[in-house]
Write a new protein. Structure first.
Ligand code: ARG
Length: 588
């Protein structure tokens, strides 16, 4: 709810009491955006809901409220319509004043959170020596966007990369490393395995085929857990190589994330199991230590256990997450912990959240949120793969987007007979290609699966990054054409809203605050994407020769006022896109 809406709600609440007495204090006036802009900006539906209680016709109730209502500061006289809606239309002077205020504010009127919180965003989180796949790409893009929005709101955000850097698979990897790269273990040099993923595959094959090797691998696990120096060294080498490969992707995406992998919590795992035993929740089940869950059943309808210690004494993914949770609450003092993973892990999160709550580890003021997302599908609607059926390497996927963005750009330059430098072309291709991939993901409701299509995401028309980037560059073109720098328009210019497309654009500009608040709470970045897309369209209507207004060929004071509207649109796009992790281009 924005400031105007809050003010209106308050006035309605007061009028209700004035009209019907104190017992109507606290009744929700049911204020909502108008269903049709023809009727105004907001409507209150309270009269309809009170008809029974008051034993009166809704229209009569609406008039009684309207009579006690004084909103003349910022609204036209309210109108009663239909069965008893009270319609409000904001005064143009009110809109103008608000625009003047945001024009002078580098945050465009978006306040910081009243009570900043420490929040953790657990995202990206690939697994060492395994492929960083499209699921991790989604987690990286969505998690980064959520973190950016919370940071902009002034929260104290800890971005954590919960990499899978521990587990029995390391026994096999280290044993294999000793066999094929014995020298790597004795020199101080970094490991240089050409392809870590196929190394993993070969190690796995070796493990599956050879019993003696399995035994060696098992011994390596024991040595690793006991902290044997040479085994730890091998483990570190593998982690470092993976880390370098992940970093290439983070650099391409311009994403910052702090690594705190599963291994970090190793020293805390035994205590998790002990504490669960103390709280009386822990049971033995077929040699394993488990906690039985409520609301989860197996096929036979029997309650399902969450295993926290396997029969061989080893701990697992859930144990680590429980330990991480305690650490994040106690040491990091997080008040909201957000986990961004594919929807396939929904049960895992619901289960360990339940166990942690039952154990009394989650104080009332701490919120745990799993942010699930759907699958990435190929254009055939099936699992996303290369033509030959292999999984797509993220590096290749991003490079391909840039290559295609470059081809599109070169085609356009030729059509427009424009000459540009190589530096310009590669910069634009890079930004457009990467932004297109990010935006294609963020503009979808994350809970649904989405189809990965280079053609769609790179299209200059439609709800795409290139469309939005183009709208921004077009506005900058206006400033170049006028030979003025938007930032020099001054802070005290008077915005005037005369044309319909101007007030429509103005109202839209003033919605950003609400949109950001909603993303902050519901963690759905697509809301911000939709807003920016709609804003670009509203701008195009305003700037349209036929439907809209002239900007540069207009006399003062309208000319400056319209330039301010251009500037505000550009700044809103720039800010909104930056929260999605997308930089703007002055020209493209
Ligand atoms: N490494 C896991 C995976 O690749 C994701 C980890 C998510 N975070 C967590 N705290 N469980 O699926």
């Amino acid at each position: 709810m924005n400031a105007t809406q809050e003010q209106l709600k308050l006035k309605l609440e007061q009028a209700l009491v004035a009209a019907f007495g104190q017992e109507y204090a606290g009744v929700d006036p049911i204020l909502v955006p108008a269903s049709n802009p023809k009727f105004g900006d907001y409507q209150a539906n309270v009269a309809l809901s009170l008809s029974k209680r008051l034993g009166q016709q809704p229209r009569a109730i609406a008039s009684a409220i309207a009579e006690k209502l004084d909103v003349s500061d910022f609204c036209e006289t309210p109108e009663i319509a239909g069965p008893g809606f009270i319609n409000f239309k904001l005064k143009i002077t009110h809109l103008e004043a608000q625009l003047n205020a945001i024009q002078a504010d580098s945050r465009l009127g978006i306040p910081k959170a009243k009570t900043p919180k420490r929040e953790i965003v657990d995202f990206s989180s690939p697994n060492i020596a395994k492929e960083m796949h499209v699921g991790h790409l989604r987690s990286t893009i969505i998690g980064d966007c959520i973190a950016r929005i919370l940071e902009f709101r002034g929260h104290d955000v800890l971005r954590l990369n919960h990499v899978g850097d521990w587990g029995t698979q390391f026994g096999m990897l280290i044993a294999y490393l000793r066999e094929v790269y014995p020298e790597a273990l004795t020199t101080a040099n970094a490991l240089d395995i050409k392809d870590l993923v196929s190394f993993y595959r070969q190690a796995k094959q070796r493990f599956d085929e050879d019993q003696a090797f399995q035994e060696t691998a098992r011994q390596e696990v024991v040595r690793l857990q006991a902290g044997a120096e040479d085994t730890l060294h091998a483990w570190k080498l593998l982690c470092e190589q993976s880390r370098r490969e992940f970093q290439v992707i983070y650099d391409l995406l311009d994403v910052q994330v702090t690594e705190r992998g599963e291994s970090f919590y190793n020293p805390l795992l035994a205590a998790v199991v002990e504490d669960l035993a103390k709280s009386g929740l822990l049971l033995e089940n077929q040699g394993a230590k488990v906690v039985f869950l409520e609301g989860f059943a197996n096929r036979e309808g029997e309650p399902l256990p969450l295993i926290v210690q396997k029969s061989d004494g080893g701990y697992n993914y859930a144990t680590t997450d429980l330990a991480a949770l305690c650490y994040r609450i106690q040491k990091d003092e997080a008040k909201r912990i957000i986990y961004v993973t594919d929807a396939g892990q929904t049960n895992h999160f619901a289960q360990f959240f339940q166990v942690a709550r039952k154990a009394g580890w989650v104080p009332d003021d701490v919120e745990l949120v799993h942010v699930p997302f759907g699958l990435v599908l190929g254009e055939d609607g099936k699992k996303f793969k290369t033509r030959s059926g292999d999984t797509v390497k993220l590096r290749d996927l991003l490079d391909e987007a840039v290559i295609r963005a470059r081809a599109d750009l070169e085609r356009r330059l030729q059509e427009e007979e424009r000459e540009e430098t190589e530096a310009f072309i590669s910069k634009v291709a890079q930004v457009v290609g990467i932004s297109a991939v990010k935006y294609a993901d963020l503009s979808q409701n994350r809970t649904s699966d989405y189809i990965f299509s280079y053609d769609k995401m790179l299209d200059l028309r439609g709800n795409t990054a290139p469309y939005m980037l183009y709208a921004y560059a077009r506005i900058q073109g206006i400033s170049r054409k006028a030979g003025i720098n938007f930032s020099e328009l001054g802070e005290n210019v008077q915005v005037l809203l005369q044309h319909e497309t101007e007030s429509a654009l103005a109202k839209y500009l003033l919605l950003l605050d609400e949109v950001i608040s909603s993303v902050e709470q519901e963690l759905l970045p697509n809301r911000l994407g939709e807003y920016l897309y709609e804003l670009s369209k509203k701008f195009n209507q305003f700037y349209d020769r036929n439907q809209g207004v002239r900007v540069l060929e207009t006399d003062e004071p309208l000319r400056t006022s319209r330039l301010v509207l251009c500037d505000l649109t550009a700044r809103t796009l720039k800010l909104g896109l930056s929260l999605l992790g997308i930089p703007v281009l002055e020209r493209m």
